[in-house]
Ligand binder design. Structure first.
Ligand code: ATP
Ligand code: MG
Length: 336
C-alpha cells in the first residue's frame, strides 16, 4: 500500500456514520490531504487480516466516478481506510446545509453514479449495495464520485454483526430477501435523486406530506434538526446510542405521534406505490420525472438497467458543463 498510518497527521473530523468516523488527514510523506475512515471491526485477527486482504481490490478500482483509494491498515480495534478527500463533502451534507439541489445538478449526480455502478460491475463484478446521498461525494472541481461499496464480504459481515444498519434506500425485493443485483442499486439511486431534488427523504405518509408541502415556505425546511416532523428525517436505526454522532440520524422505534417506525417504513416500501419526483412547489422537467420512474419500478424486471438509464433523454440532453458543476460545488462550501 501507498500509505501508512504513521504518515498521517489528523486534521478535522469530516463526519461519522453507523460504521465509522471519517477524518481529514495530512499525509506528511506525500504532502497532501486525504480522508481516513476508521471502521470498528469486532472480529478476531484472522478475520481482520482477511478484510485487509479483500480491501486490496480497491487498488484496482480506478475510475473518475469512484473515490480514489490509497491504502488500509489495522488501527487497534479498527480497520483504517485512506481515501481521496472530497472537499465538498457528501451530497447528504450538501443538501442539508444548502437545501434542495438544482435539478440539472441532480441529473449530473445520476449520470456519475450510473457510470460508477457500471464501472464497478462491468470491470470488477462488484455490486455497490449502499447507494445513498451520504455515499455520493463531491469536490470543488465539480467531480461527483461514489464510495463505500461492498468490496469485502468479511467486512460486510463484521459490520453487520456490530450494527443494525437497515437502510431505507433498500429496494422492495431486497427487503423481501432477494439477493442484491445491480437493479437494487438503481432503486436506491432513484430514492436518493428524489431526496436531493426535494431536499428531504421522500417517504412520508400522504397527509403529513401535504401538510408539509403547504407550510414549507420556511427557509429551513430542509434542516432536520428541529423543524421537520420526525418521519421525514433520514430513517435509520442504530443500536449504538452515541448522541453526539447520531443526533440527526435516528428515528424512533416507538412509533408515537408522527413517527413512522422503521418496520412501517419497510412495509410501506414493499406494499405501496413507489414515490415519484413530485412537489407542489416545483415543476420538475418531464424527462427527470420519467427517469426516476424508470429507477423505481417495484418489479426489478421492469426497472431499467444503468446502461439504459444513461441513454435516456434526461442524461443525454443535459446542457450542464463541468465548469457549471465546479461553480455549483464551490457555492456549496463558501457559506457558514
Ligand atoms: P453510514 O455509516 O450509515 O453509511 P455515512 O455514509 O454518513 O453513513 P461514513 O461513510 O462513515 O457514514 O461517512 C461519514 C461522513 O464522512 C459522510 O457523510 C461524509 O460527510 C464524510 N466523508 C466520508 N468520506 C469522505 C471523503 N472521502 N471526503 C470527504 N468527506 C467524507
Ligand atoms: Mg458512507
Amino acid at each position: 500500500d501507498l500509505v501508512k498510518d504513521e504518515d498521517l497527521e489528523i486534521l478535522d473530523e469530516l463526519g461519522a456514520g453507523n460504521g465509522g468516523t471519517v477524518t481529514k488527514v495530512w499525509n506528511k510523506k506525500r504532502n497532501c490531504v486525504m480522508a481516513r475512515k476508521l471502521i470498528l471491526v469486532d472480529a478476531k485477527p484472522s478475520v481482520r487480516k482477511q478484510i485487509l486482504r479483500e480491501l486490496q481490490i480497491m487498488n484496482d478500482c480506478n475510475s473518475p466516478y469512484i473515490v480514489g483509494y490509497y491504502g488500509c491498515f489495522p488501527v487497534d480495534v479498527h480497520v483504517g481506510i485512506v481515501i481521496e478527500l472530497m472537499d465538498a463533502g457528501s451530497l447528504n451534507d450538501i443538501y442539508r446545509q444548502n437545501g434542495p439541489i438544482p435539478i440539472e445538478v441532480v441529473g449530473k449526480v445520476a449520470e456519475a453514479v450510473l457510470h460508477g455502478l457500471m464501472y464497478l460491475y462491468d470491470v470488477h463484478r462488484i455490486i455497490h449495495r449502499d447507494i445513498k446521498p451520504s455515499n455520493i461525494l463531491a469536490n470543488t472541481n465539480g467531480e461527483i464520485k461514489i464510495c463505500d461499496f461492498g468490496v469485502s464480504g468479511e467486512l460486510i459481515n463484521s459490520i453487520a454483526n456490530t450494527f443494525v444498519g437497515t437502510s431505507t434506500y433498500m429496494s422492495p425485493e431486497r427487503i423481501q430477501g432477494a439477493p442484491y443485483t445491480i437493479k437494487s442499486d438503481v432503486w436506491s439511486l432513484g430514492i436518493s435523486l428524489i431526496e436531493l431534488a426535494l431536499g428531504r427523504f421522500p417517504f412520508t405518509d400522504s397527509q403529513d406530506q401535504e401538510d408539509q408541502d403547504q407550510d414549507s415556505e420556511t427557509e429551513d425546511e430542509f434542516d432536520e434538526d428541529a423543524t421537520l416532523p420526525l418521519n421525514t428525517q433520514r430513517p435509520k436505526i442504530s443500536i449504538n446510542n452515541n448522541k453526539e454522532k447520531r443526533k440527526s440520524k435516528g428515528v424512533s422505534l416507538a412509533g408515537g405521534g408522527h413517527t413512522m417506525s422503521i418496520l412501517d417504513l419497510l412495509q410501506h416500501i414493499v406494499n405501496e406505490p413507489a414515490p415519484k419526483l413530485f412537489s407542489r412547489k416545483k415543476q420538475f422537467p418531464n424527462e427527470a420525472v420519467i427517469f426516476v420512474e424508470n429507477c423505481l419500478f417495484k418489479d426489478p424486471g421492469q426497472r431499467k438497467s444503468p446502461q439504459d438509464l444513461l441513454a435516456s433523454d434526461w442524461i443525454s440532453k443535459s446542457t450542464i458543463t463541468q465548469e457549471d458543476l465546479k461553480v455549483w460545488a464551490q457555492s456549496t462550501i463558501s457559506k457558514d
